[in-house]
Design a protein around this ligand. Structure first.
Ligand SMILES: Cc1ncc(COP(=O)(O)O)c(C=O)c1O
Length: 418
């Protein structure tokens, strides 16, 4: 029996094998029905699985990410793959650095797209700034602050964490107190847009406090970048990471990061090698910089996609784009509240692009999400952690932040809830 046939046969249930066996037994005089049975099964499997191209039914992506992707981005990703050291491609990398600097509002030279999703960016920032034994403060008010703590502990940081209830944000004084009580810290990390709760953390004052304590300020902008104000230089942020699949409206796969000159100095003065070879910015920067030294093969077509996505952001303009996110958030909010669906995050600090709402009493939130997808082709997210089983997370990110999306969702929700 060939290996290929055996692997094909694994996909078959008993029923199909028995049916094939019966057919063979009645039509065939040979005794080696086993061999024939496998031949038949393999042929059916091959026909069912291998001769049909992938078929995907599209839907409106209105969950916590990924968001809908502009056709221009998909078209850019379908351009011919070229080499990662081809001068054309190196030009694309230069453009991306410049466009990312504009979107992050920074002059940081060390600005690039890490190969990997937002978590890779988180890990890249932490492992490049932290050496084993370094003290780090992590502020946790949802899933992604907790993830940052986990990443920092794995990198060998001595982590102090402070917590706020889900849906609430930190006051600057809390950071000041934590630094006074447990500091000094080398790095202080916080999430700007907590996707698990829908809360928007004000950053400016906190960054000033962190800076004047001598620590580096690390910011998670995975969900905020491209959908609300992010001002890296204006706020004094030392390291920041984002993701392509939220308000940049590109598929998941790259994580834009930026490091200030102060963070770069800390990186270059390390005594121990960066814990992760793949994410080691002392090496990756030599590919994105003028040396063009090979480190790992860049995900070429993903980079093409990000190039187009950033062009779209800058074509629209940062401010108009933030305003669009806010406008459609307000439309969604008034529509949902008129149906008795209420927001979970502190009213003074609600994110425009991530609307975390409580499922009304007696409503099976998972069943509603399933029907939205099955019957209306709209995807929204469920609650995580403390909100699991009782919340919906509705994303209005990038291309999905449109009046059409809001109307489609409200119409479907009305049908499902009444
Ligand atoms: C705030 C925040 N940080 C980090 C991440 C991790 O990003 P990814 O899932 O792309 O690895 C996410 C993902 O949803 C996020 O929302």
């Amino acid at each position: 029996m060939s290996r290929q046939r055996l692997s094909g046969c694994r996909y078959f249930g008993v029923d199909m094998c028995l049916a094939a066996h019966r057919t063979l037994a009645s039509n065939c005089s040979r005794l080696d029905t086993h061999e024939l049975l496998f031949d038949l099964a393999y042929a059916v499997w091959y026909d069912a699985k291998m001769t049909k191209p992938l078929s995907i039914r599209p839907c409106m992506l209105m969950g916590p990410g990924p968001s809908d992707v502009d056709p221009r981005v998909l078209a850019a990703m379908a351009k011919p793959t070229i080499g990662h050291l081809d001068p054309q491609f190196l030009g694309v990398l230069n453009d991306i650095r410049e466009m990312l600097q504009a979107v992050f509002q920074t002059r940081n030279e060390l600005t690039l797209a890490v190969s990997g999703t937002g978590s890779a960016g988180m890990e890249a920032c932490v492992v490049n700034l932290i050496q084993p034994g370094d003290a780090m403060l992590v502020c946790i008010n949802g899933v992604f602050g907790a993830r940052m703590k986990d990443v920092a502990q794995r990198a060998g940081a001595k982590v102090t964490s402070i917590e706020m209830p889900w849906g609430q944000v930190f006051a600057p004084q809390q950071i000041q107190d934590a630094i006074g009580k447990h500091g000094p810290f080398k790095v202080v990390g916080i999430v700007h847009a907590e996707t698990s709760t829908g809360a928007a953390q004000p950053i400016k004052e906190i960054a000033q406090i962190v800076k004047s304590s001598g620590a580096l300020m690390l910011l998670d902008c995975v969900t905020s970048l491209g959908g609300m104000e992010v001002d890296i230089d204006g706020w004094g942020i030392d390291a920041c990471y984002s993701g392509t699949q939220k308000c940049l409206s590109c598929p998941p796969g790259l994580s834009p990061v930026t490091f200030s000159p102060a963070a770069e100095k800390v990186l270059m003065a390390r005594k121990t090698p960066v814990q992760s070879w793949y994410l080691d910015m002392t090496m990756v920067r030599k590919y994105w910089g003028t040396e063009r030294l090979y480190h790992h093969t860049a995900p070429i077509n993903m980079v093409f996609g990000l190039h187009e996505a950033l062009r779209l952001v800058l074509e629209e303009g940062l401010k108009p784009r933030w305003e669009r996110h806010l406008r459609v958030h307000k439309q969604l909010k008034s529509g949902l509240e008129s149906m008795g669906v209420n927001y979970l995050a502190d009213p003074a600090h609600q994110l425009p692009m991530l609307n975390a709402v409580a499922a009304p009493d007696g409503v099976d939130e998972a069943a509603v999400r399933k029907r939205l997808l099955d019957e209306h082709r709209i995807e929204i997210g469920g609650g995580l952690g403390a909100f699991k089983g009782r919340a919906w997370r509705i994303g209005l990110m990038g291309c999905s932040a449109s009046e059409g999306h809001v109307q489609a969702l409200l119409t479907a929700m009305k049908k499902l809830l009444h």
